[in-house]
Design a protein around this ligand. Structure first.
Ligand SMILES: Nc1ncnc2c1ncn2[C@@H]1O[C@H](COP(=O)(O)OP(=O)(O)OP(=O)(O)O)[C@@H](O)[C@H]1O
Ligand SMILES: [Mg+2]
Length: 422
């Protein structure tokens, strides 16, 4: 199963590239679904077929859906939201404000992520193509699972068992709503989903992110920032799709200046993203809508179709780069986070009391949940080496972690607490 996710600046051709990819996959025989998570859906326009919130058949082997946020949110979040609302109301907010506040930021992201997980785990599809919103919203979407884990840990800072023991006493003393078993179950279920989506998206054998851009300076710069943050969050970008390139045989005088600017920017694209492959699509003489144009776009980006797994197959991993990993080197464990393109003086590292390593670049922050094995070691150094930020944890002989302790444990801890197992 493969998840192919397309993002980039507004209007660069994300939807066209996603639709072309999905059609090619379906024509190669993969059972394919293309999902739009951009609230301003335009997937239907690409196929020239009305899609909407229900799964719609678009061609043999090909289905499409435009995520309906309200339906998704009702399905999964209702119970948690009710509890938050009650909690806020108890704290003295009037109920109207409480109702508003209980619509937490991130609900839309959550709805999309839950739908991606459901499709990926349904067993109905070989390929899930995701047509994302422009870069900023996509980064918000992809950082959501980690942010939510942090939130839930703080909102439910208690053990299920503790709450059960304290319930009769607390009930007599206050009218504060106390989470009941059903509430713990629903939060636990939510955590399960978030953990799963986080696993799916950060497994580079399953998920590949693709950045769509045009050879224009501002567009390239935005893609460059997105690339850095995707690496920071541990997601694998495997290709750049450079769309709307003027054909070289274009002789019209009017385009001379445009062409030379593009030539310069194509060079910039190569410099910025090397060694990622850069797949190109020309500026077509017409809009990319309807099956024939989508086939033409796929032909340009991926080359002629051959056989599944062969040349021209969009599911191929175009670049095998890895997200973060832990390696043992020179008496240390090294947590290695790929960070190409980053301004080197911009990164800040902190350790929190919650066994987390907080990496901050500009306005973006990542809380890396340290595996138990690393959490009890001291950080010796943090250095940029090549395109990686390497954090060195010293291993004193008596504290050498065992293999199992080197896997991130944040999700497991949270789940155990909600289940009442410490
Ligand atoms: N290579 C191309 N040649 C000609 N027209 C193109 C090309 N790529 C995309 N288009 C057209 O440009 C418009 C914008 O493309 P598209 O909707 O794919 O971009 P997008 O990145 O998804 O935009 P948004 O950010 O609004 O979602 C569409 O009308 C599409 O048909
Ligand atoms: Mg779009």
């Amino acid at each position: 199963m493969r998840i192919l996710l397309y993002t980039g600046k507004g209007g660069v051709g994300k939807t066209s590239a996603s639709a072309a990819t999905a059609l090619r996959c379906a024509e190669l025989g993969y059972r394919t679904v293309v999902l739009s998570t951009d609230p301003a859906h335009s997937l239907g326009d690409s196929f020239d077929i009305k899609i909407g919130g229900k799964m719609t058949s678009l061609a043999p082997n090909l289905w499409g859906q435009e995520v309906d946020l309200l339906v998704q949110m009702d399905q999964y979040w209702g119970r948690v939201q009710n509890y938050l609302q009650a909690l806020f109301a108890w704290q003295g907010m009037d109920s109207l404000v409480a109702e508003e506040t209980a619509i937490l930021p991130g609900m839309e992201e959550l709805a999309c992520l839950l739908q991606i997980t459901a499709l990926a785990d349904s067993g109905d599809y070989d390929v899930v193509v995701i047509d994302c919103a422009p870069t900023g919203s996509t980064l918000q979407l992809l950082s959501f699972p980690e942010m939510a884990r942090w939130y839930i840990e703080k909102i439910f800072p208690f053990q299920r068992r503790t709450i059960e023991l304290a319930r009769p006493v607390v009930k007599r003393l206050t009218d504060m709503p106390i989470p009941d078993a059903a509430m713990f179950d629903s939060v636990e279920e939510l955590v399960g989903y978030l953990e799963r989506i986080s696993q799916l998206l950060s497994d580079s054998a399953i998920s590949s992110m693709r950045l769509v851009l045009n050879p224009e300076k501002m567009v390239v710069k935005e893609a460059q920032r997105a690339y850095t943050y995707l690496n920071l969050y541990g997601y694998a970008v495997d290709a750049i799709i450079c769309n709307r390139v003027f054909p070289t045989d274009l002789t019209d005088q009017y385009f001379t200046q445009w062409k030379s600017a593009q030539a310069e920017n194509l060079q910039l694209v190569a410099e910025c993203f090397d060694p990622l492959p850069i797949l190109r699509a020309p500026f077509f003489g017409q809009e990319v809508t309807g099956m024939a144009m989508l086939r033409q776009m796929a032909e340009a980006v991926f080359g002629a179709a051959t056989v599944p797994g062969g040349a021209g197959d969009p599911t191929i991993r175009h670049y095998p780069g890895k997200p973060q990993e832990i390696v043992r080197r020179d008496g240390h464990y090294v947590l290695s986070i790929p960070m190409p393109l980053v301004e080197r003086d911009e990164v800040h590292l902190h350790r929190s009391v919650f066994d987390e390593l907080i990496v901050r670049i500009g306005n973006w922050k990542r809380n890396i949940s340290l595996p138990i094995g690393l959490a009890r070691l001291d950080i010796d150094a943090a250095r940029y080496e090549g395109d990686f930020l390497n954090v060195y944890f010293e291993i004193p002989p008596e504290k050498a972690p065992v293999e199992a302790e080197l896997k991130p444990s944040g999700w497991q801890n949270l789940r155990n607490r909600l289940r009442g197992q410490s």
